[in-house]
Design a protein around this ligand. Structure first.
Ligand code: 6YU
Length: 507
């Protein structure tokens, strides 16, 4: 059969996370017949990773569908595959629009071992929430009164605390301590070491969708399994870390059966794959670490600079199972307030000695009938990265001591522990993207820009870029990642069928 440009183009997708799978699915639907996915590890899913703790299903990576409503493609797929419970799919759930996650029903414990009434610190919580919303508004208004979200939140909370909180000193200090805890929560949400690293002007670029965040009762990986069923099995090659993408016809053997492919993908094991187009879905953390060697010729300077400037931090989870709960029945989240943290900070001075102070607390896995008594601890930043180097026993000892100290109950003992180690994952090198101080949406656009540059005269769309870091509005999410995989598949489709720009919306 004669070679037909387009349908027979050789396409290699690097990475079998949701963006890579999404790209493959879409290319197949567009009629491309020569698609291959090359994955470094032995599994598909990437940062969607479901594990078990005893008999419980726990999410080691992504947890929620953020904004589960019709606009969210992950929600649509999850509904199509019947992976959600009735409540999550209800009209009512889809229309709730609170701009993110609603506040959890809290239990608050202090470092002197007391459980406190949330009402005491409510003004601090309300102030923090108001300021977070204001931080997001600067993107729209184009102002940036301070370079980072952290500096803005600290300046404004200090100002209000000192001018408006006139009660007794102890109450004031508890409220200030809560502000430190809430900053640590935000470090987990943004996936950053400190909110001082998160740019203020671009903070509002991240968009929330309507719908009350929901989880997958059978695990997030169920979504991956269903999507993978729609891809021919032999299309994906596992255990093949890619070492170098040689583009612009620079590899020595870049010809196949008389036809020249401009790109050769070289794996660590020496195997090579020729391609007309490569879609790179490798996480930004990996790109940062291997930016000088992953592509030959090297990435253009402006792209390298955006990779360096953008933020990619660590957020880890520590799951604990208990025989019986030490928290209230209606409690959804446990927060720890360090009484000596009244200077409002989200970093720990001595990481080695006091890394555990960065763990802001726990969320409670619900419903109890399904999970029993399981907590998920959250810890971000360098303290989280340090935690990854400790043994499981050392982590268990540290969290047990922490819980005993804050509850004042020296007998509490978790039955089991499971923690994530995303920073040391060699193919992720952290958790997810944030827009760092000094960055803008322009950096994300540059990350997403295909190579070579359009005006270079070389064969176009040789190396294309997808993955959560390449979406301006939904970076750091599963739906953001999926959308980018589809975007690059559609880009190829339009390239070969310039007159059929409408087809992608019908898929
Ligand atoms: C979401 C959530 N969630 C918690 C934690 C983590 C993440 N996310 P992948 O990495 O999946 O795939 C790439 C593949 O490439 C992979 O398989 C590699 O092995 C492979 N690869 C790498 N190098 C290679 C090489 N050299 N050769 C070959 N292959 C190679 N998202 O929607 N809900 O609850 C969470 C959470 C602990 C770690 C999350 C969540 C993020 C998603 O998991 C992530 O974006 C996607 O899975 C990425 O898919 P991908 O395909 O791009 O890469 C204002 C403002 C604030 C902004 N932030 C708001 C907060 C929203 C984020 N919240 C997250 C929270 C949690 C708890």
């Amino acid at each position: 059969m004669a070679f037909r440009p387009g349908r027979d183009a050789k396409i290699v997708i690097i990475g079998c996370g949701i963006s890579g799978i999404g790209a493959a699915q879409r290319l197949i639907k567009h009629g491309f017949r020569n698609v291959r996915v090359i994955e470094a590890t032995s599994r598909s899913g990437g940062r969607i990773k479901t594990g078990t703790l005893g008999s419980n299903i726990v999410e080691i990576g992504a947890n929620w569908i953020h904004g589960p409503s019709q606009e969210n493609p992950v929600f649509r797929l999850a509904c199509q595959y019947l992976l959600l419970d009735k409540e999550s799919m209800s009209e009512e759930n889809q229309t709730i629009d609170i701009g993110g996650h609603p506040p959890f029903v809290p239990n608050l414990f202090t470092s002197s071992g007391k459980k406190i009434d949330p009402e005491i610190v409510k003004p601090a919580l309300e102030l923090f929430m108001t300021l977070l919303v204001r931080s997001q508004e600067f993107h729209e208004s184009g102002e940036e009164p301070l370079p980072s979200v952290g500096e803005f939140l600290k300046r404004e909370t200090q100002r209000v605390a000192h001018s408006e909180w006139h009660g007794d000193q102890a109450t004031k200090e508890l409220r200030l301590a809560l502000l430190s805890t809430l900053l640590k929560v935000e470090c987990c949400v943004s996936g950053t070491h400190t909110m001082d690293d998160v740019g203020l002007g671009a903070f509002g670029m991240y968009k929330t969708l309507p719908g009350l965040d929901c989880t997958f009762p059978g695990g997030y990986e169920g979504l991956i399994k269903h999507m993978m069923n729609e891809i021919p099995k032999d299309m994906v090659l596992y255990n093949k870390p890619v070492k170098c993408i040689h583009w612009n016809n620079t590899y020595k053997q870049s010809s196949s059966k008389g036809r020249t492919c401009p790109v050769t993908v070289e794996c660590v094991n020496g195997e090579t794959f020729e391609a007309d187009h490569v879609i790179v879905t490798i996480p930004l953390g990996y790109l940062k670490k291997h930016q000088n060697t992953l592509l030959k010729p090297s990435l253009p300077l402006h792209k390298l600079h955006s990779i360096q400037r953008m933020g990619f931090g660590t957020n880890n989870k520590i799951f604990l199972e208990f025989e019986k709960p030490f928290w209230d029945e209606d409690c959804e989240a446990i927060y720890f307030l360090w009484e000596d943290d009244s200077n409002i900070t989200d970093v720990v001075a001595d990481v080695k000695m006091a890394w555990i102070r960065k763990l802001f607390g726990f969320t409670v896995l619900k419903p109890t009938e399904r999970f029993g008594h399981v907590l998920c601890g959250w810890i971000a930043g360098h303290e989280s990265e340090y935690m990854e180097d400790l043994t499981e026993f050392e982590v268990l000892r540290a969290v047990t001591q922490l819980i005993r100290r804050f509850t004042g109950n020296p007998t509490i003992a978790p039955k089991q522990l499971l923690r994530s180690q995303w920073f040391h994952d060699p193919y992720t090198c952290g958790s997810y993207t944030y827009v760092a101080k000094g960055c803008s949406g322009y950096d994300i656009d540059i990350l997403a820009e295909p190579l070579p540059m359009p005006d270079s005269g070389a064969q176009p769309l040789q190396v294309m870029f997808a993955g959560e870091a390449t979406d301006r509005s939904f970076f750091s999410t599963v739906h953001g990642a999926l959308i980018t995989g589809w975007r690059e598949a559609d880009r190829l489709f339009s390239h070969y069928s310039p007159m059929s720009g409408q087809i992608s919306s019908k898929l």
